[in-house]
Design a binder for this molecule. Structure first.
Ligand code: BV8
Ligand code: ZN
Length: 298
């Protein structure tokens, strides 16, 4: 498409019109992806320098890859943990976090509910919410005063690990850096593109409860996302869906906005670039979300 036809097919980018829709919305959700955290220095998956360019993340983010080489998969996740633990939330995280507080949101969208559904496993939205609670001197919005938790991390967290031993089911937060001594320093090898060492099973992270082999507690391809029933319920009720910094290519996150539109809800996309099905949105704000979101939710 040439730029003229492309611009004709672009949805509205009228911020005043969006704010009008926002002010009359009652059940608002945001679906976020890696673009939300890119201003925090977290590599996206598909962009330049993206994780899926440098490492075949799709094949690494699977139970088969972990079975074949837990050492390689752990080095990939250790590498990402080390980046994430050093990162800070950015203005886009903070805009969504502040909007999560009823005291703030009631001035913008009176009487509305809001939930952030994030595909990101970096924990930055949770950290931003905790930081906003301090700034606002208010408790983090969570049940019962907020009918649902403000953030649903549908693909889990890099800072959680879980046990792979049959029947154990242990899952615990682990922000150790490195997550185990044997992984220490391997992030430099990965960066340098050096063939990674094959770390013996016994030296990989183990379950403190049963000694079984631990894994990153994220959702791999072929696994069922966390909170999925709650997410579908929120989608069915939503009258406004913000789609922030995602290529909308990984399911089921990719189709949540479409479901909102199918029952008459509005969709607003915030992305630096064009993304799947953005032409079906009601609003498209092309630009860095760390700039467009604070304006949209301010
Ligand atoms: C499931 C955790 C069944 C691990 C991740 C066909 C149809 C339907 C399903 C499938 C299908 N084929 C295959 C499937 C299944 C599969 C799938 O979707 N595969 C893809 C490859 C097609 N899905 C699954 O297996 C899922 N499970 O379907 O179970 C089920 C479903 C429902 C109910 C019951 C059962 C599980 C998928 C979870 C995989 N785990 N993460 C880890 O991180 O290692 S996915 C991972 O990749 C992320 O979490 C995220 O979801 C995805 C990457 O996508 P994005 O976040 O969008 O990142 P990307 O780099 O692509 O895009 C960044 C965007 O930001 C770009 O648009 C860019 O322009 C923009 N951007 C950049 N900077 C900025 C910006 N925008 C604004 N401002 C900026 N500054
Ligand atoms: Zn265990």
């Amino acid at each position: 498409m040439d730029s003229q036809t492309e611009s004709q097919s672009l949805p509205s980018n009228d911020m005043a019109a969006f704010k009008d829709v926002l002010s009359s919305s009652k059940h608002i959700i945001a679906v976020a992806g890696a673009g939300l955290s890119s201003a925090s220095g977290i590599p996206t998956f598909r962009g330049a320098g993206g994780l899926w360019r440098k490492y075949d993340a799709v094949s690494l983010a699977t139970t088969a890859a972990f079975r074949d080489s837990p050492s390689r998969v752990w080095q990939f996740y250790h590498y990402r943990r080390e980046i994430v633990f050093k990162a800070q939330p950015n203005a886009a995280h903070d805009a969504l976090a502040h909007f999560s507080f009823p005291g703030v949101r009631d001035a913008i969208a009176p009487g509305s509910t809001f939930t952030l559904i994030t595909q990101n496993v970096d924990g930055l939205s949770r950290r931003s919410l905790a930081r906003a609670a301090e700034v606002l001197h208010q408790p983090v919005p969570a049940p019962p005063d907020a009918p649902q938790p403000a953030i649903l991390e549908m693909h889990g967290r890099l800072s959680d690990v879980s046990c792979t031993a049959y029947g154990c089911g242990n899952r615990w937060p682990n922000t150790d850096s490195p997550v185990c001594p044997a992984l220490g320093g391997t992030e430099a090898l990965l960066e340098a593109g050096v063939r990674e060492p094959d770390i013996p099973l016994e030296d990989l992270p183990r379950c403190p409860k049963c000694g079984g082999l631990a894994r990153p507690a994220v959702v791999w391809f072929g696994e069922i996302p966390f909170h999925i029933d709650e997410i579908f319920e929120l989608v069915d009720k939503a009258d406004l869906c913000l789609v922030v910094g995602t290529s909308s290519m990984v399911h089921p996150a990719a189709k949540l906005a479409t479901k909102v539109r199918e029952h008459g809800g509005k969709v607003a996309v915030f992305n630096v670039d064009r993304s799947k099905r953005d032409d079906q949105a009601d609003f498209l704000f092309l630009g860095p979300c760390e700039e467009t979101l604070p304006e949209a939710l301010g």
